[in-house]
Design a protein around this ligand. Structure first.
Ligand code: ATP
Ligand code: MG
Length: 283
C-alpha cells in the first residue's frame, strides 16, 4: 500500500520525547491502527535503520512519510504496540515479578541479538524504549540514536543517549582507552533496565536523589550496583544482573551468553509469558 499522511486520523498522543511526538493514528480506508512518530528534526538515520529491520522483537516500520510541518521533517508509520512502554507499565503496576521479568529479558535479548547480528547497535536501551503488547510480547523501539557499525571497527565516541543507562566505558571513554564495544554497552543498559523493573525505581542512585551528571558519573563509574535484600531476587536473577553490569566491558556477558543464562533458559516459558501478559493487560 502507498500511504500518505492525509490518509490518517490522529486519535491520541502516545508519547513525546527528544526525538519526536508519537501519535496513535487510524488509516481511514482500512480502519487499521498504527503509531505515527513525527520527528522534530531530520532523522534520516532512524528511518534508514528501522527500514531494514524486520523482527518480531523490534518495532516494525511500515512506511516513512514526508511530514508537512516543515521542510525536511519525516514521520515514521510504526506498528502500534498496544500495551505501551515498560516505564509506564512499571509506574502503574510497581515492581515486576521475576517471572514477568525473565520474559522481558528474554525477548529484549532476542531483539538485541537480531540487531547486533546486523551490526546495528541501539545505544538507548531503557524502560521507556521497550514496548509491550497486551499479548505479552516485547519490542525494542526508538532508534533515534542507533547506528550501523562500519567494518573498520567503530568507536562510537559521540556522547548521546540517556546518561542514566550509559555504561562506564561510554560515560568515561578516556579511562578505557577511548573506545569500546558498543554491543557490550547495550548489555549494560539492559542490565540497568532489568534491575530498575525489579526494584520499581531507578536503581543506581539512592531513592529520591536527583539524577544529576556528577551523581550519575560517581554511581556508574565508581559505585557498586545496589545490594538486593535477601529474598528480593533468586540466585539466577542476581547472577544475570551482575553478568550485565560488569564495569569492565571485556568481562561483561555477551547477548549470546545471556540468552543461554539459567535465568533465561531456566524460566517456565508459558508461566513467564502469562505473568507478563497480566502485568500489561491489567494496567
Ligand atoms: P525519548 O527521547 O524519550 O527517548 P523519543 O522521542 O525518541 O523518546 P520514542 O521513544 O520512539 O520517542 O517514543 C516515545 C514514547 O511514545 C515511547 O516511550 C512510548 O511510550 C510511545 N511509543 C513510541 N512508539 C510506539 C509504538 N510503536 N506503539 C505504541 N507506543 C509507542
Ligand atoms: Mg524513547
Amino acid at each position: 500500500t502507498q500511504f500518505r499522511l492525509a490518509d490518517f486520523d490522529r486519535l491520541a498522543v502516545l508519547g513525546r520525547g527528544n526525538g519526536g511526538t508519537v501519535y496513535k493514528v487510524r488509516h481511514r480506508e482500512t480502519c487499521a491502527l498504527y503509531a505515527l512518530k513525527v520527528l522534530h528534526e531530520d532523522a534520516g538515520a532512524e528511518a534508514d535503520i528501522l527500514g531494514r529491520l524486520a523482527s518480531p522483537f523490534v518495532v516494525r516500520c511500515h512506511a516513512v512519510l514526508p511530514a508537512s510541518c516543515s521542510a525536511g521533517d519525516v514521520a515514521l508509520l510504526l506498528e502500534l504496540v498496544d500495551g505501551g512502554s515498560l516505564d509506564a507499565v512499571s509506574r502503574r503496576r510497581g515492581a515486576f515479578a521475576e517471572a514477568a521479568l525473565a520474559e522481558v529479558a528474554a525477548q529484549a535479548l532476542s531483539g538485541l541479538a537480531y540487531l547486533h547480528a546486523r551490526r546495528v547497535v541501539h545505544l538507548d536501551v531503557k524502560p521507556s524504549n521497550l514496548l509491550a503488547t497486551a499479548a505479552g510480547e516485547i519490542k525494542v523501539a526508538d532508534f533515534g540514536i542507533a547506528r550501523v557499525l562500519s567494518r573498520s571497527g567503530d568507536h562510537c565516541t559521540s556522547y548521546v543517549g540517556t546518561a542514566a543507562y550509559m555504561s562506564p566505558e561510554r560515560f568515561d571513554p578516556e579511562a578505557h582507552g577511548g573506545h569500546y564495544d558498543p554491543c557490550a554497552a547495550d548489555v549494560w543498559s539492559l542490565g540497568v533496565t532489568v534491575l530498575e523493573l525489579l526494584m520499581g525505581r531507578y536503581p543506581l542512585l539512592p531513592a529520591g536523589q536527583q539524577p544529576n551528571w556528577a551523581a550519575l558519573m560517581c554511581a556508574i563509574c565508581f559505585g557498586e550496583p545496589p545490594a538486593l535484600p535477601d529474598g528480593a531476587a533468586s540466585p539466577e536473577l542476581r547472577s544475570f544482573i551482575s553478568a550485565c553490569l560488569h564495569k569492565d566491558y571485556c568481562r561483561r556477558a555477551s547477548v549470546a551468553e545471556l540468552l543461554a543464562h539459567p535465568f533465561i533458559v531456566g524460566r517456565d516459558v508459558l508461566a513467564s509469558r502469562d505473568a507478563l501478559q497480566q502485568l500489561v493487560a491489567e494496567a
